[in-house]
Design a binder for this molecule. Structure first.
Ligand SMILES: NC(=O)c1ccc[n+]([C@@H]2O[C@H](COP(=O)([O-])OP(=O)(O)OC[C@H]3O[C@@H](n4cnc5c(N)ncnc54)[C@H](OP(=O)(O)O)[C@@H]3O)[C@@H](O)[C@H]2O)c1
Length: 209
């Protein structure tokens, strides 16, 4: 089967994936948004966080998401938020293509993660990621602006939203700027794994006139 381009994010019930400012990133609502993932063994191990963490269906979903990924694409704001908080061995273990206006040499980290800085847009970043991923899939890791450009230009094959029972009221909206005249969805699956999240997966299609 041909490899896919996908994204997988946690979203509040009112449609936000992050607070507006990076300073609020560890705030209460962010912790509630990510509560389903912070407690998991796979996630804690990948960030060298203390404690054993939980196993089970959510843990399997996170592990499968990372294991299917041969390369990542992300926006510069997501990179900026992570640059100083990811451990020496970041949790990607793949090439990561950062879409940005900034020119910068590749940044090689421990554990086979190298960040490459791409200055000619999302299509070029996805093309480079596809080559690097080989038979594996390409994950557009975030954030909202980068995902939206990929969706609107028909680059995304499928996506999963982990819907969390939290309201943000304001912040970075996942579907801000969506071209609804072009993007149509088909629901592939829905799975409520715990009281902390429901996983919704959709295939993306081009809307017919
Ligand atoms: N809830 C979740 O699961 C989840 C997942 C991932 C990320 N997030 C959050 O999402 C937030 C970031 O999202 P965001 O929408 O603000 O930003 P973003 O998509 O991460 O990055 C946007 C930035 O990337 C660069 N960029 C994007 N497209 C470009 C293009 N075509 N050409 C050149 N540069 C381009 C620009 O930066 P420059 O002009 O500075 O280069 C732009 O300001 C973070 O807070 C992160 O934590 C949440």
């Amino acid at each position: 089967m041909a490899s896919k381009v996908f994204f997988s994010v946690s979203m509040s019930l009112d449609g936000f994936i992050a607070p507006e400012s990076p300073e609020e990133l560890m705030g209460k609502q962010w912790m509630e948004l990510q509560a389903w993932v912070f407690r998991l063994q796979y996630f804690r191990d990948s960030l060298n966080l203390p404690g054993k963490g939980e196993v089970g269906r959510d843990n399997d979903i996170v592990r499968e998401t990372f294991e299917r990924t041969g390369a990542n694409v992300m926006g510069k704001r997501m990179f900026d938020a992570g640059e100083h908080s990811w451990p020496e061995e970041p949790p990607f273990h793949t090439p990561v293509f950062v879409v940005t206006h900034e020119t910068r040499e590749p940044w090689e980290r421990k554990g086979a993660t190298t960040f490459h800085f791409v200055n000619n847009g999302v299509e070029a970043a996805i093309e480079q990621a596809r080559k690097a991923a080989g038979a594996q899939d390409v994950r557009v890791s975030g954030g909202g602006q980068t995902i939206m450009q990929c969706l609107n230009t028909g680059l995304i094959d499928e996506f999963t939203v982990a819907l969390a029972p939290v309201l943000f009221g304001k912040g970075i909206r996942l579907f801000e700027g969506i071209d609804a005249s072009r993007v149509a969805l088909q629901q592939v699956s829905s799975e409520s794994t715990s009281s902390l999240t429901t996983h919704l997966t959709y295939a993306v299609q081009t809307r017919k006139e």
